[in-house]
Every structure is written in C-alpha cells, then in structure tokens.
Design a protein around this ligand. Structure first.
Ligand SMILES: CC(=O)SCCNC(=O)CCNC(=O)[C@H](O)C(C)(C)COP(=O)(O)OP(=O)(O)OC[C@H]1O[C@@H](n2cnc3c(N)ncnc32)[C@H](O)[C@@H]1OP(=O)(O)O
Ligand SMILES: CC(C)C(=O)C(=O)O
Length: 433
C-alpha cells in the first residue's frame, strides 16, 4: 500500500470565485436517476413491475424529472419506457429522461423507446477525460468531439418530428477527471448543434462521475463552466455528484451556489460504488433551513419501506434525518436539554423549532416522540423524567427526578441493557405505591 501511486487533484488556479458568498434560497430542479444509475448498481436490476412501483413513489414524492431507463441496455429498460408512454402512466407535469450512449444504433433504439413521449429528456453522453479518450476509446481529441457532435446531430434529426416536448441533455461523462478547457470545448460544440434559446433551453450536465476532489473544487469547476459556456442564458446547468469521498451532498450544495439549476441523484444515495448524491439528505438539508424543499418529505418512512423492499438495501439507522435512530438520545446531557427544549417549545407555543439535538421535529415525518429519549446507563434524570411526564403525565420535582434517575441508571447498568418505556413506568409505579 502506497499513497505515492495517487496524485493530487488539480485546483482551479487564480479563479475569482463568487459562490462562497452565496446561500441556497430555493430548491433546485431535482432529477431522480434511481431507475437508471441506481438500477445499474443493483445486484439484481429492477423488473418492469418493480420499476413501475418505484416510479409511482417518485411521482408521489413530487419529482418532476425522472431518468427512467437506459433503453439500449436491456429489454426490461426498453419495455418499461414503452409501458410508461403507451399506457399514459406519466403525469403531464413530469418529464421522463433516458440515457443514451453516443453510438448510432443505440441512439436509434433509445429514440424508438421514447416514441410518443409527452415530455421527454434525451440525455446523450460520452466519456471525455484524457485517459478514456486515449486508452478506452483510442481516439484523438477531435474524434471524441466529433463523436458527441455527430451523435447529437443524429439525435436531433431522429426526434425532429416528435409532437411532445423534447429537451436535449448532454453530459461530458467523467467531467470530474476532464480538463476544463476540453470540457467546455466539447459542450460548446454540442450546444452549437442544439442551438438552445431562452424559451427552449437545453441541459448541460456536469457529473462528478468519480468524486475525487473536495466540494469547493467541484464548485469552482461548476462556476468556471457557467462562465465559459456559450449561451448560458439558454442552458439549464445540471450536476450529478457521486459519493466516492463521502461528500456528494456537500458537492451538490456548493455546486448549486456555483450556479447549478438542477441536481441529479437517488433516494438514500443508492448508486455505483459509494453511491450517487442522496437526494433525501439534500432535500432535508434545504427543508431544515426553512426553505420549501418542493418534495413531499412527510411520507419518507413509506418511501424508505418501498426502497428497502425493491433494492434489497437497508437505510442506515444513523442516516441523516431518516434513520431509525436519528431522533434518539441515550446520553443524559442530551436528554436533559431535549426535555427542557421540548417543554419550552410546548409551553411557549413557539412557532420556531429550536430543540437542542433535534435537527427537525420528528412529527414532520410522522414519527412520535417515544423514540426520542431512550434510557440506558448513559442516561440521567432528564431521560427518566421525560418518559414519566410524556407517557404517565406526572411531572416530578427536581429532587424526585434525581433519585428516580439514579434508580433507573443502576437498574440499566445491572441488566446491561436499555430499559423499555414500560419497565421505567413500572419501576416508577412500584416506588410510588
Ligand atoms: C457513469 C455512467 O453511469 S455511464 C452509464 C453506464 N451504464 C451502463 O453501461 C449500463 C448499460 N450498458 C449496457 O447494457 C452495455 O454496456 C451496452 C448495451 C451499452 C453495450 O454493451 P456491449 O456492446 O456489450 O459493450 P460493453 O459493455 O462491453 O463496452 C462498452 C462499449 O461501449 C463503448 N462506450 C461506452 N460508453 C459509450 C458512450 N457513451 N458512447 C458510445 N460508446 C460508448 C465502449 O468504448 C465499449 O466499446 P468497444 O466495445 O468498442 O470497446
Ligand atoms: C452518464 C453520467 C451522467 C453518469 O452517470 C455519471 O457520469 O456518473
């Protein structure tokens, strides 16, 4: 094992960045790529029926852009796209997106899959980083650019008679490892083919295909691209962060500050390797800043159950905002502050959530308060007295709470486990009978 075989990611030199002084003030456009990028990372990709149930959940949550398939990958992906269109299963305000590699036969197949679509996003991609240009594709820079340009021309030609709304999206795939000069050159050539206008925009998606830099560097790269792309006013800039360094949420947030209008990601971050951007985490971050997240996050436990069932993956109990243990405190200091904070919130009838250690009100996602305070030998008087006041309606004096807290701590330490709410109530009743 040697760190010497890795090299440091280049920063954007002498760049007068503006994004550090900005704040997120509204939710960006979300695009769920669960049914494509998430799907291609599953041990067993989803069936048509499973995709359909998943799709309905995404629609129910409020997603307006959903990448539904890679139509040239499999019969399942092709048939699912056809089913959505032929059976009119896509609401009018939802656009479906398909991923298309830059090869004629695959473009043709993808266009066939989208025939009759009401709102379609045709997402063309080819890898652009130097290593892939030279080693994987063995093409010159001009040939790689020509691959993108000719493919986009072919795509535009094949879709020119479509009656529905057609939007083109281009990704310089592996943008994360592509030098900026080349990335902007290839994107500008593709933009020249589509000729977007303010009224008919195209999407340029700048993926962090392999996350290898800190979030601030990704933001610099996005802002640099925004400043150097032609016809910025006619573009929707999209980002597609992966999570190889575990910082995809930060990358997405800073990229939005840097000018991104759209973010692509998946529920709970499923995706290749360490995953895609976790859109649930991202949206809750927005919500907990007092901004409309533009997704129905109140049904997240229902969504989580669907996700775990379909993907066979488990959402970690400490997953931000939604894990099973996310609103639970065992330690005395935290419990004491939570109890005092909750009492204050209720008695003052406060409109502003400001309870220590609880980033949001568990009730927002239809969770009760019973899991907020759980008692073991790390707990103090606050935990036990919270249980007694919350579930027995008895408010102990401070002295009484101190004594009772010690009884509970000893009992839990002796049993070497957490005490259930019922056990605590039982002990309280016994001591007071
Ligand atoms: C970062 C991302 O997520 S990109 C999306 C990646 N997703 C997927 O690949 C899932 C779906 N893919 C598939 O089902 C298959 O790879 C197919 C159907 C596209 C191609 O299958 P095959 O013809 O067997 O090719 P295979 O998978 O071995 O290799 C990929 C080939 O496509 C080429 N290729 C890869 N990406 C692209 C692209 N965007 N445009 C054009 N060609 C491409 C590769 O250079 C390679 O070409 P070669 O066979 O001439 O060497
Ligand atoms: C096709 C592109 C957007 C992709 O999935 C990636 O680069 O991760």
């Amino acid at each position: 094992m040697s760190f010497k075989k890795y090299k440091q990611y280049p920063i954007v030199q002498n760049f007068p960045r503006k994004w550090p002084d900005k704040q997120i003030t509204q939710a960006p456009i979300y695009c769920s790529v669960d049914l494509r990028d998430g799907n291609q990372a599953l041990i067993n990709p989803l069936s048509v029926e499973q995709k359909l149930e998943y799709f309905h959940t995404l629609v129910k949550m409020g997603f307006k852009q959903i990448e539904v398939s890679y139509p040239s990958a499999s019969d399942t992906d092709f048939s699912f796209t056809r089913k959505l269109i032929e059976e009119n299963l896509v609401p009018d305000d939802v656009a479906i997106q398909v991923l298309i590699p830059a090869k004629k036969e695959w473009i043709k197949k993808s266009v066939e899959a989208m025939s009759g679509v009401k709102n379609g996003i045709f997402h063309l991609y080819n890898p652009t980083n130097e290593f892939q240009r030279r080693v994987v594709f063995q093409k010159s820079d001009e040939e790689i650019i020509s691959m993108a340009v000719e493919s986009m021309k072919y795509l535009v030609e094949l879709t020119k008679d479509f009656k529905g709304n057609v939007t083109y999206q281009y990704s310089p795939e592996s943008f994360s490892q592509t030098d900026l000069e080349f990335a902007v050159k290839i994107c500008n050539e593709v933009i020249n083919v589509v000729k977007p206008t303010i009224d008919k925009k195209m999407i340029i998606n700048l993926p962090n295909t392999l996350e290898a830099c800190t979030a601030n560097v990704y933001a610099d790269r996005i802002e640099w691209m925004c400043e150097n792309l032609h016809h910025r006013e006619a573009l929707i800039i999209s980002v597609h962060p992966h999570n190889d360094r575990g910082t995809s949420v930060a990358s997405a947030e800073l990229a939005v500050l840097a000018g991104a209008d759209k973010v692509e990601g998946t529920l709970f971050g499923n995706g290749e390797r360490a995953g895609n951007l976790d859109l649930v985490n991202f949206a809750f971050n927005i919500y907990s800043q007092g901004i409309d997240a533009k997704l129905d996050l109140s049904i997240i436990d229902e969504v989580k159950a669907m996700y775990e069932e379909k993907t066979g993956l488990i959402v970690h109990p400490r997953h931000p905002f939604v894990g099973d243990m996310i609103f639970t405190a065992f330690s005395g200091g935290h419990q004491d502050a939570i109890k005092k904070g909750m009492d204050f919130y209720r008695t003052q009838n406060s409109q502003e959530w400001n309870v220590p250690y609880l980033p949001i009100d568990p009730k927002d996602i239809k969770r009760g308060y019973e899991k907020v305070i759980r008692v073991n030998s790390q707990s103090g008087k606050g935990g036990a007295s919270f249980i007694i006041s919350e579930f027995l309606g008895v408010n102990m004096s401070k002295d009484e709470a101190i004594k009772f807290g010690l009884v509970i701590k000893d009992e839990s330490d002796k049993l070497k486990r957490e005490l259930e709410k019922e056990e605590i109530i039982e002990l309280y009743k016994k001591l007071n009978s």
